[in-house]
Design a binder for this molecule. Structure first.
Ligand SMILES: Cc1cc2nc3c(=O)[nH]c(=O)nc-3n(C[C@H](O)[C@H](O)[C@H](O)COP(=O)(O)OP(=O)(O)OC[C@H]3O[C@@H](n4cnc5c(N)ncnc54)[C@H](O)[C@@H]3O)c2cc1C
Length: 429
């Protein structure tokens, strides 16, 4: 029997049918022909850590339908096949002189998968990807295809930009685009207390700032990216390979593997990470935003109101020492603008994000539960695609329009065709 597994290897499923619709017509037929009671889910690239994708009945795999990317330069909107991966979208946009305004740190995800879980990057003036969605096509439970944007089916568009795959299958997504730009990147280690003491000032003045606290040290690895039209001054291919592939992946992977074999060595190994030195370069935005991740891990990430970040991170630093945890993966901090997407983790507020990771094969639950107990009470909202331990009872109060979303889901799909166990848990069905 064919099986599907996610990138992290933590979610496996053997549905009755796995198929890849190669056109919108084929997709509609699949939905129409599904037997009563059969559940249908569409996978993206499987980069979610939560069991948000699986169906035991019909699992659909993405395809770009061969449609290509259509650019409307008057409206600054790109029509993108929902199953296209961000890497390919970036190439299409760059070739035409455009870019996405902001994105996360990898480009392996599909466009539909990214927006469906509220995927985001960093930058206090920029929203996550769902906030850049001007419209989409959706195949609903009865197999109809509807256009959703600010003028047509506006309620479905408003609520469905982060949809958890629970409203139907997205066929295309209209993404807002901007003229291509470059980023001047400065990457350097800084004292953690220096970053936390000046956090508000740093994130307010930077276009894109993020940092990684290295557990068991007083150091933060910072990345500060400034938007520019200045000519590129790229890293040499060798320097880039050395820094992004060798140091951030192979060498880091070895450090993690040694730490997994002998956890007591982790604090000593951690002191090697901040010694990477200062780097500066200017490259096309999508080259700077995203990197390759070859080391496998499990991850939890929470959004909190951005002014609570120093307090939350200080509590995590204290907890790691108090509980004598051994953590080989840096803790990542990012920020985004507020947006108006009902199930977005930044809905209605500027947010700071804290992401904790554990190397594959190491137990993560104790660490993640401790972190969750610190950030959830701070109006914390877990990333829908990353591990967390919450259900609808607690999530409902964090989202002003939660009931609107569940009412729309009920109206569009009363037979629960697009519902799975994870969706039941987080929406309280
Ligand atoms: C190495 C790594 C780095 C990451 N970096 C970031 C980051 O920087 N920022 C961040 O916020 N997150 C990040 N993530 C999380 C990731 O962006 C999200 O989990 C995202 O949802 C994955 O996209 P995907 O294409 O793999 O979708 P999947 O995980 O396969 O699916 C996610 C959801 O989308 C739904 N879906 C997919 N296609 C469709 C469709 N056509 N119609 C309707 N629903 C659909 C699925 O049913 C599911 O509900 C990272 C994950 C990994 C493993």
């Amino acid at each position: 029997m064919a099986r599907w597994r996610n990138w992290a290897g933590s979610v496996t499923v053997a549905p009755t049918t796995i198929s890849t619709p190669r056109s919108v017509d084929e997709l509609q037929l699949t939905i129409k022909r599904a037997a009563p009671g059969q559940r249908v889910r569409m996978a993206g690239s499987g980069h979610s850590f939560t069991p948000i994708v699986p169906s035991n009945d019909i699992l659909l795999l993405p395809h770009d339908f061969g449609d290509g990317v259509g650019i409307d330069s008057d409206r600054m909107i790109a029509r993108v096949p929902a199953g296209m991966v961000l890497h390919d979208l970036n190439q299409h946009l760059a070739a035409a002189g455009y870019a996405l305004a902001n994105m996360g740190d990898i480009t392996a995800q599909t466009v539909a998968g990214s927006i469906s879980t509220s995927t985001h990057g960093t930058g206090l003036r920029y929203t996550g990807l769902a906030g850049q969605v001007a419209g989409f096509g959706l195949v609903t439970a009865n197999g109809d295809l509807i256009e959703c944007n600010a003028r047509e089916n506006a309620d479905v568009w408003r609520l469905g930009r982060v949809g958890l795959g629970a409203l139907g299958i997205l066929t295309h997504v209209d993404m807002r685009i901007v003229p291509a730009f470059r980023l001047r990147a400065i990457e350097e280690p800084r004292r953690l207390h220096d970053v936390l003491d000046n956090f508000d000032e740093i994130i307010e003045s930077a276009d894109h700032f993020e940092f990684y606290w290295v557990p068991h040290t007083k150091w933060a690895l910072t990345k500060h990216n400034t938007r520019t039209q200045e000519p590129a001054s790229p890293r040499s291919p060798r320097a880039k390979w050395l820094s992004k592939t060798v140091l951030e992946n192979y060498a880091f992977g070895v450090v993690c593997a040694v730490g997994r074999a002998v956890p007591s060595l982790i604090p000593r190994l951690a002191t090697a990470l901040p010694s990477s030195g200062r780097q500066g370069f200017t490259e096309e935005s999508h080259e700077v935003f995203a990197t390759r991740r070859l080391v496998r891990f499990h991850e939890m990430e929470y959004s909190i109101p951005r002014h609570r970040l120093p307090e939350a991170l200080s509590a995590i630093v204290e907890m790691v020492e108090r509980e004598k945890l051994r953590i080989s993966f840096p803790v990542e901090v990012r920020v985004t603008a507020a947006d108006d997407v009902p199930l977005s983790t930044s809905q209605g507020r500027e947010s700071a994000y804290i992401a904790v990771h554990m190397y594959k094969g190491m137990p993560y639950e104790e660490y993640f539960r401790h972190v969750e107990s610190i950030v959830a009470p701070m109006n914390g909202r877990p990333h829908w695609g990353k591990i967390h331990f919450q259900g609808a009872e607690t999530l409902r109060s964090q989202y002003q329009h939660f009931a609107d979303f569940t009412a729309l889901r009920e109206r569009l799909d009363p037979e629960r065709r697009f519902v799975n166990g994870y969706v039941e848990r987080v929406l309280g069905l």
